[in-house]
Design a protein around this ligand. Structure first.
Ligand code: UDP
Ligand code: MG
Length: 314
């Protein structure tokens, strides 16, 4: 609550990575909507080490309006880190995270504020259709959510996006207690409890530029999420062991029954050895992935490094 005006404040966190062609249009569409709200507002742009003209554009926007704030990272730390920084620096009673490319329509902001006002701490924005993503991204994303919901004990909303809003209480929990290096913010948002609601929306195509998420980045992201939310892969070793033992018994019985002489059965042995080693290496690899997560947490490096901030006098 703003003491001077007695009005609540909405913080809109926007992560920006090489979006020079989208930023002006973003402000042109978003600010009039913010102005019409009953709440005060602040726009927090987190410049995630953009290499184009995004930083200059943001800084000139910030000069025109002190409610536009800019946090510039020293390099690219990723979308998740940018959202965390936004949560850290926001002072609002409600915080909305959205993309700079207008795929998350600002027209929904009034509805989000209404939900926050009604006392909801978590407002998940559920995508009904994503025309711009292409069928490949849609199919892999659906498969991923099926898998993670099966092997993890928390529930993930399949079409939840990085478009969401949280109240002050939820934001404080997220920024204080969820500072893992390997993280999946929208997973935490859905699993910290509090009063929750969701709003459906239709994702628009990007206004400019192209997606910053390559397929490789998405794959890395999916592996990380599984590591964050499930220990099931670690237990694969036990299943692999049981499976190998069963095969061993079958081959043993078969060998005894057929009474093979010394030279025959060579192929069986080779196949079995290859198979067992493959399984062993796979399990070692999975353990390696978890160790790398542990190692990263242990090093306790910063999630992001700030180079410069604008309009954060208060
Ligand atoms: N983004 C970021 N850091 C990155 C990659 C992306 O801050 O390393 C921002 C990007 O500028 C955009 C949002 O995160 O505002 C979502 O990225 P994008 O639109 O490329 O992903 P998509 O919508 O295609 O999944
Ligand atoms: Mg996008």
């Amino acid at each position: 609550m703003d003491r001077a005006s007695g009005r609540k404040r909405l913080s809109v966190v926007v992560s920006v990575y090489n979006e020079e062609n989208a930023l002006n249009e973003f402000c042109r569409q978003t600010i009039p909507i913010l102005e019409k709200l009953d709440w005060d507002w602040e726009l927090l742009f987190v410049n995630d080490g953009s290499g184009d003209g995004s930083r200059e554009i943001l800084e000139s926007l910030a000069e025109q309006d002190s409610r536009i704030k800019v946090i510039s990272f020293s390099r690219n730390f990723g979308h998740e880190a940018a959202m965390i920084a936004g949560l850290d620096y926001s002072r609002g009673d409600g915080i909305v995270c959205m993309d700079a490319d207008l795929q998350h329509p600002p027209e929904y902001l009034p509805e989000i504020v209404k939900k926050l006002e009604a006392g909801f701490e978590i407002v998940t924005m559920v995508r009904t259709s994503n025309t711009s993503a292409g069928w490949m991204k849609n199919v892999t994303s659906a498969a991923f959510y099926k898998l993670i919901n099966r092997i993890s004990d928390v529930h993930f909303e399949p079409n939840a996006s990085d478009f969401f809003a949280v109240g002050r209480k939820a934001a404080d929990v997220l920024k204080r207690n969820y500072r893992e290096r390997v993280r999946f913010l929208r997973g935490y948002v859905q699993n910290i409890g509090f009063a929750k609601t969701s709003i459906e929306y239709e994702a628009h195509p990007r206004v400019a530029g192209e997606s910053k998420y390559s397929l490789a980045k998405l794959l890395r992201f999916s592996v990380n999420t599984i590591m964050c939310f499930s220990n099931m892969p670690l237990k694969l070793g036990i299943y692999a062991g049981i499976f190998s033992a069963l095969i061993g018994i079958i081959v043993l019985v078969y060998t005894l029954i057929t009474r093979q002489g010394a030279p025959s059965g060579y192929a069986t042995i080779v196949v079995l050895i290859c198979f067992m080693f493959a399984m062993l290496f796979a399990v070692v690899g999975i353990i390696g992935e978890y160790i790398s997560v542990l190692f990263n947490e242990l090093k306790d490096r910063p999630i992001y490094i700030v180079d410069d901030i604008k309009n954060f006098e208060d």
